[in-house]
Ligand binder design. Structure first.
Ligand SMILES: C[S@@+](CC[C@H](N)C(=O)[O-])C[C@H]1O[C@@H](n2cnc3c(N)ncnc32)[C@H](O)[C@@H]1O
Length: 275
């Protein structure tokens, strides 16, 4: 679709060079343009703004997702320079800020899987909740209470807005700060289920995840794993979890969430802990 819109602007060779993976979030388009096409990025942006009916802004992704807040730098190419937009997923509405708080439309299948696993009556700790997407989808679908923690003040503020937007005040509770500190101060042995979606640093936070989870509760442990063969990734992440965990754990499931590079995967292991 992107290449079609640009057929009058780029040669076939240039068009092939353009990374076709781009994100459309609400009325915002985010492009990753290879260095070879950098001199044409303005015209690419303007063409897309004209050709894609619902687009209000086209941004160029000028950095990887990085730092403690897992955010990226964006540069406006065409349209309005406003990084906030509304995004809908499985009947929930979210105000997202595509530059100042983590957001990925590519986790929607995993968000739905988790919401389906939650049982009515559960208390859930979402340790790295961002703008509250997992938390809100879960509380919309099931009668549960979700503590939605994040260290980025912009993410926590948006989470509060999203809780109101989805009429979930009191069911989802947004708390800003470091997840380990919040757990130590307020959430020890509170949750039936704990989500730890900061795959790069899961091992560092595993003890806190165990602290907030009740005896017999479930932890969804996300990690990044290298695997030569795709079908080994789940098994390898189970083995890794069992090596690092200090508590008795029953593996319930494991799977690839998404590919994050060549032979490199984001995985999740679901475990029931005994302590
Ligand atoms: C990969 S994002 C996950 C966001 C969310 N689960 C989602 O699907 O949209 C990781 C989040 O962890 C937050 N974070 C990083 N370090 C943290 C910490 N020590 N305590 C709490 N949140 C933290 C970041 O600000 C970021 O929003």
């Amino acid at each position: 679709m992107l290449k079609k819109a640009l057929e009058n602007v780029l040669t076939v060779k240039e068009s092939d060079e353009l990374i076709s993976a781009f994100d459309q979030i609400g009325d915002i388009i985010i492009l990753r343009i290879p260095d070879s096409l950098s001199s044409k990025k303005k015209i690419i942006g303007e063409t897309l703004l004209n050709e894609v009916k619902i687009a209000r802004s086209v941004f160029y992704q000028a950095s990887a997702v990085e730092g403690d807040f897992r955010t990226r730098d964006l540069e406006i190419l065409a349209g309005e320079d406003n990084t906030e937009t509304e995004y809908k997923e499985f009947g929930c509405k979210f105000i997202v800020d595509v530059e100042n708080a983590f957001f990925s439309p590519r986790l929607s299948t995993e968000r739905e899987r988790i919401a389906n696993l939650i049982q009515d009556g559960e208390t859930v700790t979402n340790m790295f909740a961002g703008i509250g997407m997992f938390s809100i989808m879960a509380a919309k679908k099931k009668k549960c209470t979700v503590y939605s923690l994040d260290i980025n003040p912009v993410a926590s503020k948006l989470c509060e807005k999203n809780i109101e937007l989805n009429k979930l005040v009191g069911k989802v509770i947004s708390i800003n700060g470091d997840a380990s500190e919040i757990i130590k101060d307020q959430l020890m042995n509170k949750s039936d289920r704990t989500l730890m979606l900061l795959p790069e640093r899961s091992d560092e936070f595993l003890e806190s995840a165990i602290n907030t989870t009740k005896n017999g509760g479930i932890i969804h442990y996300y990690s990044h794993i290298h695997a030569d063969k795709k079908f080994d990734a789940g098994k390898l992440s189970e083995e890794h979890y069992l090596q690092v965990t200090p508590v008795k754990s029953e593996i319930l499931d494991s799977k690839i969430v998404r590919a994050v590079g060549p032979r490199y995967y984001q995985t999740v292991v679901d475990v029931r802990i005994s302590k």
